[in-house]
Design a protein around this ligand. Structure first.
Ligand code: MGD
Ligand code: MGD
Ligand code: SF4
Ligand code: MO
Length: 758
């Protein structure tokens, strides 16, 4: 008799933000087979090569299984949860009492696929009394979010791109062939590339796979995108190709922007960017005259000079030409779980940091400034750090400064699934269940006109003594005296509510509870977790916050929610809870996109004074900023390749090619420097030096280098051998102050270095 095959269990890949729907056959805890889930409404069965190796994430040898406490000699000992919670709570309470909640910072709160815990980070931080949420999004997207706030009225407004439907697409500083960033990227790019009637333009200093598939590859000099974009936008204005009606009816401030662009010397700026002026004009005209057109950007311009300005200029393309709020253009989208918020400016009373005075953007603070808030004798410096779902010792700029910071802090708590470089710096390690062992949610699938949400249920038993993050926070909050352990009355009501949702009992009971105890208001989602959470079936406690989210979402998008098939908020919650794949939340019409603009008059505020000032200032910039004879190469620090997924992968055996994450160098440069293919070299920047493996590669320009992100992990020791680090720890080369002045986004793609044989 053949044994029955294990069932296919629907879930999602957690190796990049797309979270493609997958199905897994679990065999004795192993992910035996993995395939794309065809019923997933946005990925439709699509996968890239990375998903097939997900078993490593789940079962690698460096999984954390028990709480750990650091001994005075630096080694770790196992402790039980009760001890861990009690001791961490005591130490946090002491610091809070002595120095105030602002002496505590929280870092992370979700990686590429774990966002449900992050939603409970909000009440956890409120209880701690800290406004300080440091997050990796603030080393890429906060400049963009700030611009959004200025243009659209709220930093939560965020543009998508209708690449699939668009006649003319400019991808600038992104390599979706490897990095994805939008659903079914390879399929969409291939189709666009093959279609003679549509145009793909890629702006990238390196000839990436995406660039190879483009109709036009603008091989820009690194760090000069602001000049190239200004030249193109100026062409549109100087040749009168703007959409005048759109500007007049949908925007304010357009005249100031046009005035600034009229002053731009197109030929001069195109040449500075290394691009033929005539080709620059051709692309500008093509974009402006296309039936539909959109732009997409990513780290290539965010992690480079003029980061914030770049994201503003990129948005001007669709706005000057009226490609906003239309099919195939750029569009705002709805947001379900509000993990990105809107921050007031310091002038309006928004929070700032105590040492450097950095502002908050979209509720985040940037990792670049964190060491500066710690490595000082300032009386209001940070004293304690909680890191959850992040590995700043590898992924934040300036690893050396981070080492010093970790040494200086009075308390470091790490919450992770794996034994990472950051975990090894912690005083207490709290082991989280993996994303396949707990209820989880996908957050980054932010699309328009239909937006989706995927709540995933566990498909394997939790390893060892691990817990989901919301439960870890809850226990800490209870132990610190900030949250009652139980809400028996509310829990009883919740049970009735689940049977009779249309009576609205839970809404009323929650309002009564929070009315009686106003101090619980800011902890509302944790109150829901502790009450409704206990009443939900199948241990779905973490999904409690989704119920609250559905109420808010439906209040704003009732019509669009009904269009997506949900009668009301309760029906939406049911659908999410019961579906094993992603659920459409709402469907907008293109006209309704304008309801998502949050300015007072509903128009886009095109003129941002800070940006207009910077446009005038770039004129006087030197041709090769910050590079000099000592550091003549520009290193792009953090390329996405076939075998990286941020710091998530742990198994080096997977990487048949490029096992050590080699540094790409142009063969002419390599020959001149006497560097051997496959040989070792020393790469030095002003901040530090690392040893790298050399790969000859003419896809990079002479004078430019590229090295991957996501390597340099110390792998667990096999029986009888020492643990070893594979690949470069690239952030020894980057420094805290090499960043955008406004958002503090690191210039990772523009690191001046020198290179010599090791
Ligand atoms: N395989 C894989 N996929 C991933 C990840 C991963 O680690 N591995 N990480 C995920 C994450 S967190 C993110 S944020 C995204 C990032 O996704 P992307 O931003 O698309 O990926 P990168 O390779 O970092 O950078 C994109 C491109 O910027 C180019 N570039 C460098 N300097 C410049 C410049 O000055 N100007 C311009 N125009 N371009 C420049 C690089 O050559 C590169 O091709 O990828 C996600 N997807
Ligand atoms: N030089 C340079 N530096 C970079 C970049 C670059 O291009 N160049 N890219 C930057 C970018 S765009 C990003 S987004 C960041 C990414 O950097 P990080 O924010 O540090 O994120 P990851 O590397 O994805 O690390 C995620 C961590 O979460 C853990 N984890 C996985 N699942 C779970 C879970 O369910 N619960 C918990 N608690 N933990 C879990 C993993 O083990 C891992 O330690 O790196 C940034 N750093
Ligand atoms: S595109 Fe991203 S989510 Fe989809 S399979 Fe690849 S790594 Fe996983
Ligand atoms: Mo990222």
């Amino acid at each position: 008799m053949p044994t029955a095959e294990p069932a296919w269990q629907p879930t999602a890949c957690n190796l990049c933000s797309l979270n493609c729907g997958i199905e897994i056959q679990v065999d004795d805890g192993r992910f035996a087979r993995i395939r794309g889930d065809r019923s997933h409404p946005s990925s439709e069965g699509y996968l890239c090569q990375k998903a097939s190796r997900l078993d490593y994430y789940q079962n690698h040898g460096a999984r954390l299984t028990h709480p750990l406490r650091r001994r005075p000699d630096g080694s770790f000992e196992r402790i039980d949860w009760e001890t861990a919670i009690r001791e961490v709570a005591t130490r946090l309470s002491e610091i809070r009492e002595r120095h105030g909640g602002h002496a505590i910072a929280y870092y992370g709160g979700g990686g590429q696929g774990n966002h449900l815990g992050g939603a409970y980070g909000v009440p956890f931080r409120a209880a701690l009394g800290t406004p300080y949420l440091y997050n990796s999004l603030a080393q890429e997207k906060t400049g963009d979010f700030w611009v959004n706030g200025e243009l659209f009225g709220r930093q939560t407004c965020h543009l998508t791109e209708g690449i699939e439907e668009s006649a003319y697409v400019i991808i600038i500083g992104a390599n979706p062939w490897q990095a994805h960033g939008f659903p079914q990227a390879r399929k969409v790019i291939r189709e666009l590339s093959k279609d003679a009637g549509r145009t793909l333009v890629v702006v990238d200093p390196r000839r990436t796979r995406t660039a190879e598939l483009a109709d036009i590859h603008l091989q820009v000099r690194p760090g000069t995108d602001a000049f190239l974009m200004l030249a193109m936008l100026a062409t549109i204005v100087q040749e009168g190709l703007e959409n005048h009606e759109f500007l007049a009816t949908r925007t304010t401030g357009h005249e100031e922007v046009r005035e600034a662009l009229r002053r731009v010397p197109v030929d001069d700026y195109a040449r500075r960017a290394g691009i033929d002026p005539e080709l620059t004009r051709r692309v500008a005209r093509g974009f402006a005259s296309a039936e539909s057109a959109c732009t997409r950007h990513d780290l290539g311009i965010e992690h480079s000079l003029h980061s914030t300005l770049n994201t503003y200029l990129e948005k001007l393309f669709s706005m000057l030409t009226g490609n906003l709020g239309v099919e195939g253009g750029n569009n705002l989208h709805t947001q379900f779980v509000p993990l990105i918020g809107h921050s007031k400016s310091p002038e309006e009373g928004g929070p700032t940091t105590r040492v450097t005075g950095m502002r908050e953007i979209s509720k985040f603070f940037p990792p670049n400034i964190l060491p500066l808030e710690i490595n000082t004798d300032h009386p209001e410096r940070l004293r304690a750090l909680i890191v959850d779902s992040s590995n700043p010792m590898q992924t934040a700029a300036d690893t050396r400064a981070y080492h010093e910071a970790m040494e200086r802090l009075e308390l470091v708590v790490a919450i992770d699934v794996a034994d990472t470089e950051t975990v090894r710096c912690a005083d207490y390690v709290l082991p989280a269940s993996s994303q396949y062992e707990k209820w989880e949610a996908t957050f980054f699938t932010l699309s328009f006109p239909t937006n989706y949400f995927h709540l995933r249920r566990p498909i394997v038993e939790p390893r060892g003594d691990t817990l989901p993050e919301p439960e870890i926070y809850r226990r800490l909050m209870v132990a610190m005296g900030d949250l009652p352990d139980r809400f028996p009355w509310l829990e009883r009501i919740a049970r009735i509510h689940l049977r009779l949702p249309r009576l609205g009992l839970l809404q009323k009971a929650l309002a009564i509870t929070l009315g009686r105890k106003p101090e619980l208001r800011k902890l509302a989602s944790m109150v829901l977790y502790s009450s409704l959470g206990r009443a939900l079936p199948d241990g779905a406690a973490s999904a409690a916050v989704i119920w609250g989210t559905c109420q808010f979402y439906f209040r704003r998008y009732a019509k669009q929610g009904r269009r997506a098939g949900h009668a009301d908020a309760e029906a939406l919650f049911r659908a999410i809870l019961e579906s094993r794949t992603a659920v459409p939340l709402s469907t907008h019409t293109y006209d309704e996109m304008w309801q998502l603009v949050r300015t007072d008059d509903g128009r886009i505020r095109l003129a941002i004074p800070e940006m207009l000032r910077e446009i005038d200032e770039v004129r006087s910039e030197s041709e090769r900023p910050q590079a000099d004879d000592d550091f003549p190469f520009i290193l792009s620090t953090g390329e996405r390749r076939s075998y990286n997924a941020n710091q998530i992968f742990r198994d080096p055996e997977w990487r048949r090619s490029d096992p050590e994450g080699a540094l790409r160098v142009h063969p002419d440069d390599a020959a001149r420097l006497g560097l051997e293919e496959g040989g070792a070299a020393l790469c030095e920047s002003r901040a530090g030096a690392i040893e790298v493996r050399i790969a000859y590669d003419d896809s990079v320009q002479p004078g430019c280098l590229s090295i991957p992100h996501g390597y340099g992990q110390t792998e667990p020791a096999a029986e009888g051998s020492e643990p070893r680090q594979t690949g470069p720890r690239i952030n020894f080369l980057t420094s805290s102050d090499h960043c955008d002045p406004l958002a503090k986004t690191p210039y990772h793609k523009y690191v001046p270095v020198r290179l010599r044989p090791a």
